[in-house]
Design a protein around this ligand. Structure first.
Ligand SMILES: [Zn+2]
Length: 432
């Protein structure tokens, strides 16, 4: 009995795996060369969360993956699944994280519910589909779900990005345009008169990003575009100083009461500004010399450009927003309220040892898994692999791969071998 159950599970898995492989060649069978933008509102507090549909639009071109359509490179805190309405077959699957879920870890989320915007870009289906979005907690359990249908013939899907599109400049061209990863910069807090200054910062950012491995040797896999979105005022809002500016994507410091947490809650405004340009991975360049930034997996990377650590912060935050890497630091007093040590986190560069086989165990010498506790914070070694305690903002019970790394401190301009491997795998996933 047990054996037959196992066998049927295996067969089910095999049919799913084969189906997925066959579909990867079938972009044109299921999808048009357009983007369906779906706006959601995520709302609730720590006790319950819900997802509501807020609107849909259609944009020309599709700038996301055209292969591995039903697979993901690394799991984020949310998923979106598209199924063919008649056969229920999964035809597209993607993952991301949200600012809403970051907020849920804070004390504030124990009080009144709040609502956050969330915009998802999926390829425009040729026929009717159902779409399911799931939010996960840090025990990797589903805490919020929406299932809704979409008909491509629905006349209320507004058309955007067709007439007036923001001016944009391509700064890096891919070797194979049909398999490129699309990064787009968006200007934030630069006035019309400051657009040349913005473009100079974009060029600095491109050269900076591609001076770090593994991006350096894989530069030909990327298309990088600078989208010129002028702001009325120069610089972002700084609520703690009473500074409120009218800017392209509405960014501000003091997110969740943290002075250096620079991000935007105006996600729809940002996508409106970029509509019709070739974008998937968004990097918002913010015209300020005040230190700050943030990176959310497959959602947004946002940072200051006029600070001496511009490039280091850009690359660190891109580790979060592109490859779902975790922070490798931990400070007393800044630990998350509820971090389960019996659950293996999804991020490839930290482990609780709940399932170390899924992490960098195969990069360590066989039979030897040294654990190093209480490492000196000033150790700048980025190459000696092992298990070093203190990572993911948790001081005890969470381990990182090396004494130091770009994801731990900006003092070392190098990703550790585990982060390097993880980034390389994500790049290959989209382009190989
Ligand atoms: Zn690392």
């Amino acid at each position: 009995m047990k054996h037959s159950l196992k066998l049927s599970v295996l067969l089910l898995w095999l049919s799913f795996a084969c189906g997925a492989a066959a579909q990867s060649d079938n972009y044109n069978r299921y999808f048009c060369d357009s983007t369906l933008r779906i706006d959601y509102i995520l709302s609730g507090n720590v006790n319950s969360q819900s997802i509501s549909l807020d609107g849909m639009s259609r944009m020309p071109g599709w700038w996301g993956k055209r292969q591995n359509l039903t697979q993901i490179p690394v799991h984020g805190a949310a998923t979106i699944t598209m199924r063919d309405a008649s056969t229920h077959k999964v035809i597209y699957y993607h993952t991301f994280s949200t600012l809403f879920q970051e907020w849920l870890d804070l004390d504030d989320a124990r009080r009144a519910p709040k609502a956050f915007e969330c915009v998802q870009l999926v390829p425009m289906p040729r026929d009717s589909v159902t779409i399911e979005v799931n939010l996960f907690n840090n025990r990797q359990q589903v805490t919020g779900t929406i299932i809704h249908s979409v008909s491509p013939r629905d006349c209320t899907i507004r058309r955007i990005g067709e007439g007036t599109v923001a001016p944009h400049v391509i700064l890096n061209r891919p070797d194979d345009p049909s398999r490129a990863i699309n990064i787009a910069f968006v200007a934030e807090g630069y006035t019309q008169e400051q657009m040349q200054d913005y473009l100079a910062d974009c060029r600095k950012a491109v050269e900076g990003l591609f001076s770090f491995e593994p991006f350096k040797s894989m530069r030909g896999r990327f298309r990088v575009t600078a989208v010129c979105t002028p702001s009325l005022h120069s610089g972002p809002s700084i609520p703690s100083e009473g500074v409120w500016h009218n800017t392209a994507i509405g960014s501000s410091f003091d997110t969740f009461g943290t002075p250096r947490y620079l991000t935007t809650l105006r996600i729809k405004q940002m996508h409106d500004a970029m509509a019709g340009t070739p974008y998937e991975h968004i990097i918002a360049l913010v015209n300020t010399d005040r230190y700050g930034g943030g990176g959310i997996y497959n959602t947004l990377n946002l940072l200051m450009t006029k600070h001496k650590l511009f490039i280091e912060v850009l690359v660190h935050e891109f580790g979060h927003s592109f490859a779902a890497l975790a922070d490798e630091y931990a400070y007393p007093g800044e630990e998350p309220l509820n971090y389960p040590l019996d659950v293996e986190p999804w991020a490839q560069n930290i482990t609780t040892l709940a399932n170390f086989d899924s992490k960098w165990k195969n990069m360590l010498p066989e039979g030897n898994t040294p654990i190093t506790r209480h490492t000196d914070g000033s150790n700048l070694d980025t190459g000696t692999l092992g298990l070093y305690e203190g990572a993911g903002c948790v001081l005890k019970g969470v381990y990182r791969p090396c004494p130091n790394c770009m994801m731990r401190t900006l003092k070392v301009p190098v990703f550790c071998p585990v982060c390097t491997r993880a980034i390389r795998e994500v790049i290959d996933f989209y382009t190989k």
